[in-house]
Design a protein. Structure first.
Length: 490
């Protein structure tokens, strides 16, 4: 997923033949594996329900515990217990990912075969069912609309309050109690959702609710600028009518069945991602408590140092068999290495390594022949990517390589290196999205498609080539982006 180019002259068979010990299953083994895969797909619905129930109940129980009161061995034991419970029941998301990719690929292939290359798989799967990943956006937009229309208090308060102090002031105000109840309900359900939510060092909304108020304030400003009207994407490439109506009855029924199952698989995948995010929030809570305890024992200089240690090293600390007692220096060294790593350019989308990873991963990214950026054209003034939702938009760009850089968007075209689920709250404030990394099934593509935002993904190298403020013409129907001057605007 997310790979835009084929292997080229090197076939898949040649690629795997170069592996030192390639796995070549016997025909009977292949039949057995195929049977197991079919059985797991047939029983997937029950597996997903069981997975969600178990993980959600375990997370609710864990979030109610005060891990700060435990000693380090008890904290680590709690993490190990949760890890075993989660990983022992992680088959459902993996199986559903396989289901999602198989159905999406089959729909795309059959649609192209029966309706031609103009068949838009994104358009036909949009709007089927509820997309769980869009719920945080819809909830915050609803809260903002209620404030704007006077159903909730806080309209004048938002215009004067310092957003970094908003939560403390909200909790201290009896007049704002209805708003506080809405905010607390949001945190209880989506508090784990934050930028870089799959990094334990990130601050989720349980730790810092400030992004909630920043997002509501931005939506209120958007409503003010639009006079209270809900923003609608100006789509110029909408497909008119039913794209499968020209097919024979049998093919039409088959396509409808396949479309419904594909859309359901995508919705299930996004919902399971929400469940996954909750598990990371629990682990984050445990490790932060463990970091605080190690600071009190003078083993770490700061709580955040714990995120530069491995789980095995923490296990050694608990067992008293660590290779070094100077954990603070070890964490400090790794922090420096991580900062240096972050300053390096991104690796090419495919490269070949040999030998030890540390020795091979040079600053040149040890690419034998890095793939050329075939998407860049016209001397880096135009690019092409994968269309996710159609629409033609002209406007200024905000080029962002981090969430903080993107958080100022208010009607501009957001150009980002990559996004994660925590960025979703920004999407309704964008006139269009242009993202370097990702595929048709990536999170940003799925959510933007459901929200009706013109979006292109897989536009390699565009964030390094552009600066905020440049005028762009985005044609998300054809997947093209180009720089324009004022007199070139349509």
């Amino acid at each position: 997923m997310g790979v835009k180019e084929e292997l080229g002259d090197q076939s898949a068979a040649e690629f795997f033949a170069s592996v030192r010990s390639p796995y070549t299953p016997s025909p009977s083994r292949k039949l057995w594996l195929a049977s197991v895969a079919v059985f797991r797909l047939i029983t997937l619905k029950g597996r997903m329900a069981g997975f969600e129930q178990k993980v959600n109940s375990t997370c609710e129980e864990a979030m109610a515990r005060d891990f700060e009161q435990l000693n380090v061995p008890a904290q680590f034991a709690a993490y190990q217990s949760l890890r075993e419970k989660f990983l022992a029941n992680w088959q459902a998301p993996i199986i559903n990912d396989m289901r999602c990719m198989l159905l999406f690929g089959l729909l795309k292939r059959l649609g192209s075969k029966w309706l031609g290359e103009s068949f838009d798989v994104n358009q036909v799967v949009r709007g089927h069912g509820t997309l769980g990943s869009a719920e945080p956006v819809q909830r915050l937009k609803f809260i903002a609309e209620c404030i704007y229309k006077g159903y909730l208090p806080g309209l004048s308060w938002f215009s004067t309050v310092s957003l970094n102090e908003a939560y403390e002031q909200l909790c201290a105000s009896s007049e704002l109690l209805p708003l506080r109840l809405e905010v607390e309900a949001y945190r209880a359900e989506f508090g784990f959702r934050c930028p870089e939510e799959l990094k334990l060092e990130a601050n989720d909304l349980y730790i810092d609710p400030t992004p909630i108020f920043q997002t509501i304030a931005a939506y209120l400003e958007q409503l003010r600028l639009q006079g209270g009207a809900t923003q609608k994407a100006k789509i110029q490439h909408e497909i008119e009518g039913d794209p499968i109506s020209s097919l024979s009855l049998g093919r039409r029924l088959m396509m409808k069945l396949l479309i419904n199952h594909t859309a359901k698989a995508i919705a299930d995948r996004e919902r399971l991602r929400l469940v996954r995010g909750r598990t990371f929030s629990v682990a984050r809570k445990i490790f932060r408590a463990m970091g605080n305890k190690l600071v009190s024992l003078n083993l770490l200089a700061s709580m955040s140092d714990i995120f530069y240690l491995t789980v095995d090293e923490l296990a050694d600390v608990v067992a008293g068999r660590g290779a070094t007692g100077d954990l603070s220096s070890l964490a400090s060294q790794r922090r420096r290495e991580y900062l240096n790593y972050g300053s390096q350019p991104s690796p090419p989308e495919r490269f070949v390594t040999e030998g030890l990873p540390a020795a091979s991963l040079s600053r040149a990214m040890m690419a034998r022949e890095p793939l050329s950026n075939a998407n860049a054209t016209d001397q880096a003034k135009a690019w092409r990517g994968t269309s996710c939702y159609p629409g033609i938009v002209h406007g200024k760009a905000i080029v962002a390589k981090s969430f903080s850089e993107a958080s100022q968007v208010q009607g501009e075209i957001l150009v980002a290196k990559s996004t994660d689920p925590g960025w979703v709250v920004l999407f309704p404030r964008c006139s269009a999205l242009v993202i370097e990394r990702g595929s048709l099934l990536s999170h940003s593509a799925v959510v933007a498609r459901e929200l009706g935002i013109p979006t292109i993904v897989g536009v390699t190298g565009i964030t390094d080539a552009l600066a905020s403020g440049v005028e762009l013409q985005v044609d998300a129907g054809t997947g093209s982006v180009r720089i324009v001057n004022a007199h070139d605007a349509d």
